[in-house]
Design a protein around this ligand. Structure first.
Ligand SMILES: Cc1cc2nc3c(=O)[nH]c(=O)nc-3n(C[C@H](O)[C@H](O)[C@H](O)COP(=O)(O)OP(=O)(O)OC[C@H]3O[C@@H](n4cnc5c(N)ncnc54)[C@H](O)[C@@H]3O)c2cc1C
Length: 286
């Protein structure tokens, strides 16, 4: 398949990117091209104008700013996965990246492009919600901040408005002693998740505190599981507690039936994976 006709710009600075975004109707940013180009080839996306940001300098950073890790629009998956800062502060991100595509795709694809693509079975949107990340959205009129929990609005849909781009993701450094767990089941490693679950928590006098739980592949978008978090906080960790929390979460979900994974199977995965990520998080929190 070949894409529909489109115009192409390759600006060399961010103000020109934002000016083109404001000026051109139906323009799209081209970052790693790992999702956009296949979608254009299948004619699922037909932007009239591509704005290639690959020549914009200094937007591929991964750096510590106060108590946040800031990741720029052109930071590639592979660089985020291997960054010492990520290994030190956000090992759950490095670990979950084992499940995101393959080396060739990770070498070219960007974290911000992945988040803007907003596939409901994608791992990083769920993790950004889990970690309370903040999206820095840029346009010609300035910047605004959108919590990750409000950024993903539907299948391939985000809170980005026309003329806006995601210029940076900021992820708070988790508190000392935070344990974590990430588990996924997909057809093959590197495929999108049939279901993925993730958790972080701390222990205070052997009771769970600050529990965060998120899942992908369970509906139109990945989600924070607030009800599970409420049920966990203040409780002593136990297999029975984790099984009950997972059963409640699974019964509240309405996942899709797709080739390879029925809705019932995905609910079974939630029942299986949530106890595993919670147990792993408790072990690491000790
Ligand atoms: C074989 C294969 C397997 C894959 N497996 C997985 C997987 O298991 N899990 C997973 O999560 N992903 C997977 N992916 C997708 C991969 O992670 C992509 O790299 C990612 O989804 C898009 O990043 P990109 O930089 O290539 O974005 P692009 O393809 O360039 O863009 C994607 C979309 O985001 C928009 N966009 C990009 N950057 C910005 C920005 N800064 N601001 C506003 N809009 C922007 C584009 O306009 C486009 O609409 C796979 C891809 C392939 C080809």
């Amino acid at each position: 398949m070949k894409p529909a006709k489109f115009d192409y710009s390759r600006p060399e600075d961010l103000p020109t990117v934002l000016a083109l975004l404001a000026e051109k109707e139906d323009a799209r940013i081209l970052a790693g091209g790992q999702s956009l180009v296949p979608m254009m080839n299948y004619r699922m996306a037909q932007p009239s104008h591509l704005i290639d940001i690959n020549r914009v300098p200094d937007i591929d950073y991964i750096r510590l700013e106060g108590d946040m890790i800031a990741i720029g629009a052109l930071a590639r998956h592979a660089d985020v996965k291997s960054a010492p800062l990520i290994a030190e502060h956000l090992p759950i991100v490095a670990d979950a990246y084992d499940w995101v595509a393959h080396s060739a795709v990770r070498n070219r694809g960007t974290l911000c492009g992945n988040l803007c693509h907003a596939d409901p079975a994608s791992e990083m949107p769920a993790l950004m919600q889990l970690l309370d990340a903040v999206m820095i959205v840029a346009s010609q009129s300035g910047h605004r901040e959108v919590p990750a929990t409000a950024f993903f609005t539907g299948v391939y849909e985000t809170a980005l408005q026309p003329g806006e781009m995601l210029s940076e993701v900021r992820i708070p450094v988790p508190a000392t002693g935070t344990g974590w767990g990430f588990e996924e089941v997909s057809m093959r490693k590197g495929d999108f998740a049939w279901t993925a679950c993730a958790a972080t928590l701390r222990l205070d006098a052997r009771r769970i505190t600050g529990a965060h739980v998120a899942a992908a592949g369970i509906g139109e978008r990945s989600l924070r599981l607030r009800q599970a978090e409420t049920a966990l906080n203040g409780q002593a960790p136990s297999d029975d507690l984790f099984a009950a929390v997972a059963a409640d979460a699974a019964s509240a979900m309405n996942p899709a039936n797709t080739i390879g994974a029925s809705a019932d199977y995905r609910r079974d995965l939630v029942r299986t994976l949530i106890p595993r990520v919670l147990s792993a998080a408790v072990t690491r929190a000790r």
